[in-house]
Design a protein around this ligand. Sequence first.
Ligand code: CO
Length: 493
Amino acid sequence: MDPYKELMNVYDEVSTIGDISSLLGWDQNTYMPRKAAAGRGTQSAFLSKLAHRKITVPRVGSLLERLEAEPLDEVKSAVVREVRKIYTRKTSIPEELEAEIARSEPLSMQAWVDAKQKKDFSIFAPHLERVLELKKQVAEKVGYPEIPYDALLEEYEPYTRTAQVKEVFERLRKRLVPIIERISETQKDEVHIKGEFKPEVQENFYKRILRDMGYDFEAGRLDTTEHPFTIGTGDDTRITTHYYADDPRPALFSCIHEGGHALYEQGFLKENMHTPLGEACSLGIHESQSRMWENLIGRSLSFWKHYYPEIHRIFPALSNIPLERFYRAVNTVRPSLIRVEADEVTYNMHILIRFELEIEIFNGKLGVSEIPGAWNDKYEKYLGIVPENDGVGCLQDIHWSIGAFGYFPTYTLGNLYASQFFDAMKREIDVEGLLENGQLLPVLSWLRKNVHERGKLYPASELVRVVTGRELDESHFIDHVKRKYGNLYGISL
Ligand code: CO
């Protein structure tokens, strides 16, 4: 058989296993009966072992070698490059190490839940030590160009080195901190939204917006969970949200956010499904899609000029809030302790703090017992606030408990990519005019053509260059913030 075809057959099986795992994951997070948890654990572990075995057989290695010696077109060489990447990574991590990680993670996650609830870091500390030790072993096994953290970042933001991210983030921090200070000084009165917002009325309205965005409900669905997420790909891409009956904002913006992720997954080319070109370029690029829809579109005045009359009509609680005040209410900037509740300006500081700490931890400069102190110092220095306990401090996020080191930076990379893509889009289409008329589909078409349909054709940095004509540059985000919040607060930033 043709070696490329044979390789694609293997990949197709591995992708199919991935699809099944996603579906099990969706069920686990939505409607699964409590007692089914143990059985589900066994099923998921079985599938991941199966997928691991299929992609690490020596035959895959010899197919890759043959293909790498041949002249290939752009698409095939991207596919071979990506399969090689997975093959190398998976074969370099010994099975016992994988198994040890799989065994320790549920325990560590449980300890984190417990520690967060009791606001007591010492309950989590020994587990975090263990997770770190295992992740350091992974880094040593897979190798890295400069520092061990590179190997972890690689898992979420491939082809990106820590030093590159550090450079961009440091420039971002230097420009962002004074902006946040200036906004905090000139804080205007906060617009409060209170009253009754029936979840079923919210749901109908948000589904309308999702349809307008181009989300295909025949290839997906919207359910309710504690934490919103997107799962699946192609013709089965599902999203979830969480409704609060006294405030429409959390569900509204999480629907638009997850909708942005889902449009990416629904937007790969049919003929590329079950190949690397039918997969997201990186987590940062994935997040750029959700952030663009949520913040640059969903929190813009143009967007609300179209949608406000309707939301105003269906919720009597908004009857005495004019558009301008509602716009303010969905764009309040205030330094706060909890990352997931942060506004679009201060959000990035939460990420920069975690990124700086993660690097210090992996360079051996910061011991586990020193994390809470270092965390609080950075919050005071960058945001001017100090957590009153570790529950709302270094224990707030799940990521470290499941060994997801190197994940956080992708959130801010997503914000930066989003602003840069958005500026490129605005050079080609009249985005504001379209939004004011509720025309969201031309925005989606632009994203489809420039980002979605390319899948993993290029590494993220190259995709940014191809789409925008420039290297990743924080100026696009900074300019957006200065423009928008300068106007909103009537100050020059
Ligand atoms: Co997201």
